[in-house]
Design a protein around this ligand. Structure first.
Ligand code: ADP
Length: 162
């Protein structure tokens, strides 16, 4: 049985993330979408919100689970008995970053492999950051995220930011 971990900030989850998770769920027995608790980024949604949005998004997929973690990714993968890290590649910049991370992870946990999925051409051009930028300016993002995430973004940007 192969458990794969798909780690990320998921602030918030987008259709691009979901496409990768669903494709990974066809190859591996269990895919855990693991929300990194404290990424080195300014977040819009806190960890509980990011987890709740993800749970609703993957509700129909029996072998996709959602969890949160705050340790090193390879330590988390080993902690849950996983052997694969799933990541998505949108462009060569993603590749460069993943290649470097994989080199480090290989030294830290030689039995954990990174499996990279080429993003579908429908999703290569955006990130959660793009989605937040558009939503913050009142533009429609319903074509980039699931409906409940669209709702959450609308609510988040209706309220004045502190
Ligand atoms: P991180 O902060 O770890 O990059 P993200 O949530 O932004 O977390 O992304 C998690 C993973 O999903 C990364 O491998 C990233 O390349 C991939 N990803 C992000 N956006 C998309 C997209 N639109 N299509 C496919 N993969 C994506």
């Amino acid at each position: 049985m192969i458990t794969a971990v798909y780690p990320g900030s998921f602030d918030p989850v987008t259709n691009g993330h979901l496409d990768i998770a669903i494709r990974a769920s066809r190859l591996f027995d269990i895919v855990i979408m693991a929300v990194f608790d404290r990424p080195n980024k300014r977040l819009l949604f806190d960890t509980d919100q990011r987890v709740a949005l993800l749970r609703e998004a993957v509700g129909d997929h029996p072998n996709i689970k959602v969890d949160t973690y705050s340790i090193m990714t390879v330590d988390y993968v080993q902690h849950v008995g996983g052997s694969v890290i799933v990541r998505g590649l949108r462009d060569p910049r993603d590749f460069d970053a993943e290649f470097q991370m994989a080199q480090i992870n290989q030294r830290l946990a030689p039995k954990v492999d990174v499996v990279l999925f080429m993003a579908d051409h429908k999703y290569t051009f955006f990130s959660s950051t793009t989605v937040k930028e558009l939503a913050s300016l009142g533009r429609d993002v319903s074509w980039l995220v699931p409906p409940h995430v669209d709702e959450a973004l609308r609510r988040a940007y209706l309220q004045p930011q502190e």
